[in-house]
Design a protein around this ligand. Sequence first.
Ligand code: XLS
Ligand code: NI
Ligand code: NI
Length: 436
Amino acid sequence: MKEYFKVGKINYEGPSSKNPLAFKHYNKDELVLGKPMKEHLKFAMSWWHTLCAKGSDQFGGNTMVRTFEKSDPLEEAYAKVDAGFEFMEKLGIEYFCFHDRDMAPELATLKESNEALDKVSDYVLEKMQKTGIKCLWGTANCFNHKRYLAGAGTSPNATAFAYAAAQIKKAMDITKKLGGKNYVFWGGREGYDTLLNTDTKLELDHYATLLTLARDYNKKSGLNAQLLIEPKPKEPTKHQYDFDVQTVLGFLRAYGLENDFKMNIEANHATLAIHTFNHELNMARINGVLGSIDANQGDSLLGWDTDQFPTNVYDATLAMYEVLLNGGLGNGGLNFDAKVRRQSFSDEDLFIAYIAGMDTFAKGLKVAAKLLEDHVFEDFKAERYASYKTGIGKQIDNKEVTLEDLSEYAIEHDTVTNNSGSQELLEAILNQYIYQ
Ligand code: XLS
Ligand code: NI
Ligand code: NI
């Protein structure tokens, strides 16, 4: 078998290692809170960024030459399978995520595209059986082709809607074949650029119809995956309907879909919505819909989805804190929806990027576990809200009081004594845990 990457197997060498091609924190079998790291951190390779992205941007073409490039797109798709599995095995990554169109090319007709996907995914399945690598989630790319210029489920064109439905059905079939435990809906171009030409009510109804049909097919087909919506506030449209977790929750509840979907939270989408990553994870967790994570990070000075590899330990710590409070991610995992920079064009750069991302989350996990074990924030919060444990607070929580009762109470107790919120203290303690 041809070797596509001139990088060997990546091993754990510990925090003092200076080897860029070794893990410093990700030690897959090390126990954290009684569970091996690799079970807390079900890392996944993104097929699109890892095997398809080649460094182009709006101002210039490709900068990366990969050894698996071929002139025939179908041949290249097969080579990508070999390269992808080699890459995952070398890094010890046990999952991958894919779009239909990055696994197999779009050909002249939908029928031919479907057949190509059937064939390439047969080969993927073979490799999965040989290596034990699994599919974390599948999805359909219903945003690239010009037929989707005005959206898929929210397109004003019913034939585009039907085409998207066909793609989703096929991608669900392939996800089932590959044993995927989740299926993702990122609302590609489901949004609008101007209200002057947009019937938002009709578009939202249509979007809900498409999701309802997919929900039904998930059961009917026996896929039975955890369905996930991936919120994002903007890009490519000015206003994406799936703005953030709370907006998506409102939408799902309005259409009676709240028990059928959880969410896939992407760090860079959170920051585009002017939220922190842990805000979005927190909102998903407290509403019981934290399903999976797209692990990446944005650039605070750039207003778009830069999809950088996550290297921010502070954010990763707070993210893993939410994941631990959630009792893990269930069917979900941590998909590196991240790409190397245009100037990082070598194969080594790609390995180093993944290593940095995996180490960042491993370190974050260790710190978060320690914080939880010591009840640092939990004890502080319990104390902060203690006034609801007894007396009038308890009555409020038990819904035993009327507005009149509270008015009487306040007239008798009209001096409110507050405690410090201690933000700086808590931030300093958090730093101390990270420094260790
Ligand atoms: C784009 C999204 C996309 C989804 C999968 O911003 O992050 O990559 O994760 O369609
Ligand atoms: Ni994503
Ligand atoms: Ni994204």
